[in-house]
Structures are given as C-alpha cells and as structure tokens.
Design a protein around this ligand. Sequence first.
Ligand SMILES: [Zn+2]
Length: 301
Amino acid sequence: MISSFPFEIADGLYVLGNKHFFTFLAIGETHALIELGVSATAPLVVTQMAVLGIEPEKVGYLVVPHAHFDHLGGLPYYQAFFPQARVVCSDRARKTMSNPRVLEQFFKEDDVTSAWLEETGKGRRIYSWLPGAALEAEMIVGDGDVLALGQNNTLKFIAASGHSPCSLAVYLPERETLLVSDSLGFFLGPEENFPLFFYNYDTYLETILRLSRVGAVIVAAAHELIFTEEDATGCFNVAEEAARKLYRYIYAFQGNREELMAELYHRYYHNGLRVYSPQNIKACVELLVRRVKDSGQASTG
Ligand SMILES: [Zn+2]
C-alpha cells in the first residue's frame, strides 16, 4: 500500500520519509513526529511537512520509540527545526541517548547509511550531530502512558522489550493504528522477515503476542511495510514464525560459528536490508546467534 511520500494512512496520521525509514506525523492541536529515521531522511521529512502545509511551531513532540541509530538519527536536525518540541522516549532510551560514546558509534553507522541513501537519490547526507553531544530527552514515558495531542488523536505507549529493552510501541486508539518500530523484526517482504531478538528471544516472542492482542487494524513497522486488513493480523504470525524458525535453525546448526554467521548473513542481506552496512548486518547476525545460545533451551524454539 505504499504510494509516494508523504501519504496518509489514517485520518491525521501521515507517513513521511522514504520506504526504508518511515517517520510518522500525528496531527493534533500539537503534532508529534514518531520514528526519527537517520540523518539523511530528516531534511526530506521537513520538506514533506512543508508540502503538507504543517506549521513547524505546532510540532510539540519528537518520539524515539527505541534508541537505535536508525530511529534517532534525524533528532539533532529536528531539534534545530522544531526547538519547542520535547523529546519523548523510555527511560532506558534516555540513558542510551545520554551516552556520547554510544552516540558516536550510532552516528558512524548513520553516516554509512546516509551516504548510501544519498548515492541512491533517497536522501541527503548531512552532519547534524555534534560529536560529544548528548541527546536529551524531556519526557519519559512507559507502558500504559498516554499522550493526548488534541483533535481526537492520542498516543498510547506499550512496553515492547525483546528487540531492545528500551523499545516502545505506539498505539493510536482513535485510528486503531499500531506503530511497532522494530518489535516485529525487519520485513524483507510481506512474508519474509529478519527476526530482531537482539535483547532476549523469549521476551521478543512475548512482545509479539502482546502486540497482536492490541487489535489494531493498521500495523506499521518502522521500515518498508505497513499492514492493513487481514495482513494486520497476519504480520504477527509471520514475525513469530520467522523467529521460531531461525531459533531452531541456529540451535540445530552443525557447522562452526563462522559458517553459521556466513550462512545467515547471506540469507538475509538483500532487499531493504541493503540500506545498512555489511558490518552492521554481520553484527546483527552475531547478536542473534548469541541470544539463541543464551536462551539455550530447544523446547522454547
Ligand atoms: Zn532497532
């Protein structure tokens, strides 16, 4: 259902950015930007907002659903454009964002991805983060917290650890729309999913189950795909099955660790994942293998 950007998925809820990095704009008396992509998508989003006729001074919230580089990279740029806006995230995300050494790694990855986006004409490589600077959060939210934007638009936060301990999903009850961030993994296609249980495998599955029970009619990942109608229930099954299958595969793998890493890297590193560096995807694969070894019970898979 992805047309040209920006587009409206529900009344007063727009998708901006590009297909690799969605940024959601929820319209109220005060507006919220949810998912802040990478630095290269931020100028694009600001231009798209101008096309939509959005008044910049009405942007009151910049929501970081979880503190990974490709979900907060646009933040310094947005803070310059919307100085009145408050940064909203979980307490765990706040801690990560206050650590300049972590941010240095994040913005290195951001730069590789942003360069790729610029080369392919999908964004503009910019340097918006000042090395050494922390990214400060002004509003800490957790499971069940509600943020009313006015004009019958509300953000409800749902704890969604599993991908990362700092992860939140954002539900817009009036729009019956659930923004899952990376909690359902990365969809390489509607039926093909790269599981992202970076924090804990069992928690990741529990999160998928919990989010499936919200009953959303629109489910939007942070990258590539937005699910509607029967796909809005099916996407949870796809994510769960992909995670279980990968768990069993890693658990039962007979070769050595290097062979396993190479096999998984080649299996997943295509389509939309190409926007990330090979080193990044190798690190992701390594983390997944480690989480299976941590979990270590065949029965769980
Ligand atoms: Zn992530």
